[in-house]
Design a protein around this ligand. Structure first.
Ligand code: IPE
Ligand code: MG
Length: 221
């Protein structure tokens, strides 16, 4: 979900107004994903690198994410959405936010319509490192380490690899998102800034995805 700051700057507003405007984009996209019958939707909300932003913006984002959970979790629960989180629960994440995350996880845990994974304090490299640490803690011998062994130690092993990754705001980078999981994902980069993103943009991306041929290293048959 990229482009909030630029969206705000274009309107002469503070960057944080761009984040606030992203809330409507999030929930319209969730509605669109539900309409399409998408089973898993992951949103990159805060990266392990985003701590480097000015303290005021970081503080704003912590409060904003907490607020979204409080404001929207009942609605998500009513829609049958199971909310999951992906990322490091380290000391930098405010306790109050961690508590809201746990409550939301608990509230929605038996929902089956769609998983909404919120990648928060998430980094793809950190996730791989954490999985490797887990392999070591589990005393897995080197000869038994394979893709399956590592994969099941990722943050949400029950969530399949994404078929499609969409990045907004005209940047053509992955920026440490789901590094392990995107090995064979289709990537779509769109110019739309995140606060302007709506379900129609998701539908466009899915249509483009459907037109692509996926071979997974094989040849066309
Ligand atoms: C993405 O928008 C939101 C977060 C990283 C939380 P940005 O804040 O990165 O917006 P730009 O890239 O400055 O426009
Ligand atoms: Mg950005």
């Amino acid at each position: 979900m990229d482009g909030n700051g630029r969206w705000a700057a274009r309107k002469g507003l503070p960057r944080t107004d761009g984040h606030a405007a992203g809330e409507e984009a999030i929930f319209d996209t969730v509605e669109g994903a539900l309409e399409l019958g998408i089973r898993h939707l992951t949103l990159y909300a805060f990266s392990t690198e985003n701590w480097r932003r000015p303290p005021d913006e970081v503080r704003y984002l912590m409060g904003f994410n907490e607020g979204i959970l409080v404001r929207r979790r009942d609605e998500l629960n009513d829609r049958g959405v199971r909310v999951l989180f992906s990322g490091r629960r380290d000391w930098r994440v405010p306790r109050r936010l961690l508590r809201r995350m746990d409550e939301t996880l608990e509230l929605t845990r038996s929902n089956k319509t769609m998983d909404l994974v919120i990648a928060f304090n998430y980094g793809g490299r950190a996730e791989i490192i954490d999985a490797v640490r887990q392999l070591v803690d589990d005393l897995v011998p080197a000869s038994k380490i394979d893709e399956r062994a590592l994969r099941k130690r990722l943050y949400n092993p029950e969530v399949p690899d994404p078929d499609l990754v969409v990045r907004t705001s005209g940047e053509s980078r992955i920026s440490n998102f789901l590094l392990w999981e995107i090995a064979y994902s289709e990537l779509i980069f769109t110019e739309t800034l995140w606060p302007d993103f709506r379900r129609e943009n998701l539908f466009d991306a899915v249509r483009e995805f459907q037109a692509r041929e996926r071979r997974f290293g094989e040849v066309e048959t």
